[in-house]
Design a protein around this ligand. Structure first.
Ligand code: SF4
Length: 216
């Protein structure tokens, strides 16, 4: 199967997911830091707690008492480290004119700037680029790697060939990229787990891994 076919099959099953689950671009940045090494349900609890102490934006993070932030984001785990990272990322972005300032940066400069921030790796940086700043980025996470390799789009589940990533970014619109990533996350959680449940998976009929399971 190629990535376009996978995207079509996932669209058919999941429809428009309005991905990423955040109310504002600044909430995307906060969520992208909080989601590291935890499930989204824990991030939701942490974001709700932040809202209860009137933290809705990056400037609110800078002005709030760090101890209150620490307590609010406890559900997301690693809360000491994440508090430090949130404050540092918020300060750095605000020093560059906030998200409006970042929007003026060319892709390469923006990517370099985000990757220079403590606690921002490639996946987090690219999530911020597409979901908070509207750049064409295909976010490659553990679900993407696993599903691409099991469906036969890539040879192994450890990396994404740059040429393939470029092809995906070139051939899809931002909204298609949003939805593709959201659908991959959903498929990875619903069916294509470490131990996959292929029998009920909506793409079973065309997946290499499932075909191998049914060979005599
Ligand atoms: S058929 Fe199985 S291996 Fe293939 S994508 Fe679905 S759950 Fe994953």
């Amino acid at each position: 199967m190629d990535f376009r076919r996978l995207s079509d099959l996932l669209n058919k099953h999941y429809g428009d997911l309005h991905w990423w689950p955040a109310e504002t671009p600044e909430e995307v940045v906060i969520g992208a830091i909080l989601t590291q090494n935890t499930s989204w349900s824990n991030v939701e609890k942490a974001i709700l707690n932040l809202k209860k102490i009137s933290v809705f934006s990056l400037s609110d993070i800078i002005s709030q008492d760090p101890e209150r932030i620490r307590m609010a984001i406890r559900p997301s785990g690693f809360y000491n480290q994440k508090t430090e990272r949130l404050i540092s990322v918020a300060r750095n972005i605000e020093d560059h004119g906030g998200l409006e300032g970042l929007k003026k940066m060319p892709d390469q400069d923006l990517s370099r700037f985000l990757l220079s921030l403590k606690g921002v790796g490639r996946e987090t940086g690219e999530s911020i680029m597409i979901y908070a700043l509207g750049r064409k980025k295909f976010v490659v996470d553990k679900y993407t790697l696993r599903i691409f390799s099991r469906t036969g789009i890539t040879d192994d589940g450890t990396s994404m060939p740059q040429k393939l990533k470029d092809d995906i970014e070139d051939s899809m619109s931002i909204s298609e990229l949003n939805n593709f990533h959201g659908a991959l996350v959903n498929l990875g959680k619903d069916f294509c787990r470490t131990k996959p449940t292929c029998n009920t998976c909506p793409i079973m009929a065309e997946c290499d891994y499932a075909k191998d399971l049914t060979l005599p």
